[in-house]
Design a protein around this ligand. Structure first.
Ligand SMILES: [Ca+2]
Ligand SMILES: [Ca+2]
Ligand SMILES: [Ca+2]
Length: 495
């Protein structure tokens, strides 16, 4: 025991050899204690306390080649104050590390270099206040990290520099208040990152402005209070799935165009979700579906600034359409779940199927539609409309997208035929007539064009135009083989 009684002040230096304590090891019991370890081994068989009781102060300074291990560690316990500064060495916690445990307890852990391992870590516990600041080194948690989990507790984790953190699960908030601020380093969550608030006036927030967060799922929900994920600046998010506002209110914000987000399986906006985006905000959908159960276009207003890039290759990603199908009119692009930019293709091809699995626009009875300000179809682009409508602007008047409309002028006509003929047999894109994303312009594309021949964006008030009789050139194109197409192509080229 170092700093045992009230008013006492003790200091223990360990630079070599070993210190072995078979029962509790206490630095600052009722008084003030400091242990400075620059080398050697400190083994506490049961529990290490730093600042154990009322107004006690315990400080541990670990650096160099020092090795510390204890089954449990309390940094600030029961109205005490604990400070752990690790500039090197190894700290191994068998079961649980508590930083700020108990009412009026205050715990601080600064990890600047070296390694920390634990089964679980809780920052702010049992009405205590805990702060963990990681500027470097590694923090490896085989189980869970809790930041402000218990009622009345408050926890803060700051990850900066080149710090490495990993855990199976991470809980930001829950019944207390938790804030995770990452401006650098790497946070790897094997399973799920929970950002959750269950208590009024509490908050659970993850701010990612630099470094990388790599996680399985993220779940953002507040039954009461606030739950929010904020991505900005140089932050990089890589997630299997993101669930926003499924079991309570959840807020997802992309605050800068420079931030990166890649999703591998799905983004799901629940019935009580909010999306805010800065202009240019982008999410790369690497085989991910876009799911939406929200009936408030205003709550997902961020869609109007968002670019979604589908690049899942052969995977066909589902896209929930949510807009009231008003036809190809300007009003459809305002407050109607309209997306700023839909891009198909990037590092790999983009394939999507429109679906209408949820009734998002409650005032409309008809199937819903997708409105996008800007439509970009790169190599391999494929859209299965699934009998649903997609409208776009691309800087001009509202148009409906049809298969076969190579030049994106809102209608399938002889111009599209000539484009297709001019690119026959070529490896090329939608704009050159590859409507099925196969990478080559061939009979299948001609058949698609034929099937949509005469489709045209309806003028306001009209129903969508239907197929009109095919001209002779198209009969040749679609009814026959490539030989006829070539003939037709020559004719088009020469005429
Ligand atoms: Ca829908
Ligand atoms: Ca056209
Ligand atoms: Ca093709």
């Amino acid at each position: 025991m170092v700093g045992n009684s009230v008013g006492s002040n003790g200091h223990y230096w360990l630079s070599a050899g070993s210190l072995s304590v078979l029962e509790e090891e206490v630095i600052g019991n009722w008084g003030t204690g400091t242990l400075t370890q620059t080398g050697g081994v400190n083994f506490a068989a049961t529990t290490l306390y730093l600042g154990r009781y009322f107004e006690s102060n315990g400080t541990y300074q670990l650096s160099g080649t020092g090795e510390l291990s204890a089954d449990e560690q309390y940094v600030g316990c029961a109205e005490g104050t604990g400070v752990f500064t690790q500039d090197g060495g190894t700290n191994h916690v068998g079961t649980m590390l508590y930083v700020g445990h108990g009412l009026f307890a205050n715990g601080t852990y600064d990890l600047n270099d070296g390694d920390l391992t634990a089964n679980h870590e809780t920052i702010g516990n049992y009405e205590g206040t805990g702060t963990f600041t990681q500027n470097g080194g590694s923090n490896t948690i085989t189980g869970s990290l809790f930041v402000g989990y218990d009622p009345g507790s408050s926890g803060t984790y700051e990850l900066r520099g080149d710090g490495q953190l990993s855990a199976t699960r991470e809980y930001i908030g829950y019944e207390g208040s938790g804030t995770f601020t990452q401006s650098g380093g790497m946070n790897t969550v094997q399973n799920t990152l929970y950002i959750r608030s269950e208590t009024t006036d509490q908050s659970a927030v993850y701010n990612l402005s630099g470094g990388t967060l790599s996680t399985g799922s993220i779940e953002i929900d507040a039954e009461a209070g606030t739950a929010a994920f904020n991505l900005s600046d140089a932050g990089h998010l890589s997630a299997e799935a993101i669930y926003v506002g499924v079991n309570g209110h959840g807020e997802f914000t992309i605050g800068s165009a420079t931030a990166e987000a890649v999703v591998a399986d799905r983004i799901h906006f629940g019935s009580d979700s909010t999306l805010l985006c800065a202009p240019g905000a982008t999410v790369r959908m690497a085989g991910a579906s876009f799911e939406n159960e929200n009936d408030s276009a205003a709550a997902l207003a961020g869609l109007s600034e968002l670019t979604l890039i589908f690049e899942g290759g052969e995977v066909v990603d589902l896209f929930e359409v949510a807009g009231n199908d008003l036809g190809a009119v300007a009003a459809g692009f305002v407050g109607n779940f309209a997306l700023d930019t839909l891009q198909l293709g990037n590092t790999d091809a983009g394939h999507i199927q429109l679906i209408d699995a949820f009734d998002n626009s409650l005032t409309s009875a008809s199937p819903e539609a997708l409105y996008v300000e800007r439509l970009i179809l790169l190599a391999g682009a494929f859209i299965d409309f699934n009998d649903l409508n997609l409208y776009y602007l691309n800087g001009g008047t509202p148009k409906q997208l049809f298969l076969g409309d190579a030049n994106l002028d809102g209608q399938v006509d002889t111009i599209d035929v000539s484009i297709l003929a001019a690119n026959w047999g070529q490896h090329t894109t939608w704009a050159a007539g590859d409507f099925d994303g196969s990478g080559i312009v061939d009979q299948l594309d001609a058949a698609i064009l034929a099937a949509n021949w005469g489709a045209a964006t309806a003028l306001y008030g009209e129903s969508t135009a239907t197929t009109v009789p095919e001209p002779s050139c198209c009969v040749l194109l679609f009814g026959c083989s490539g030989a006829f197409v070539l003939r037709c192509r020559r004719r088009l080229v020469c005429s």
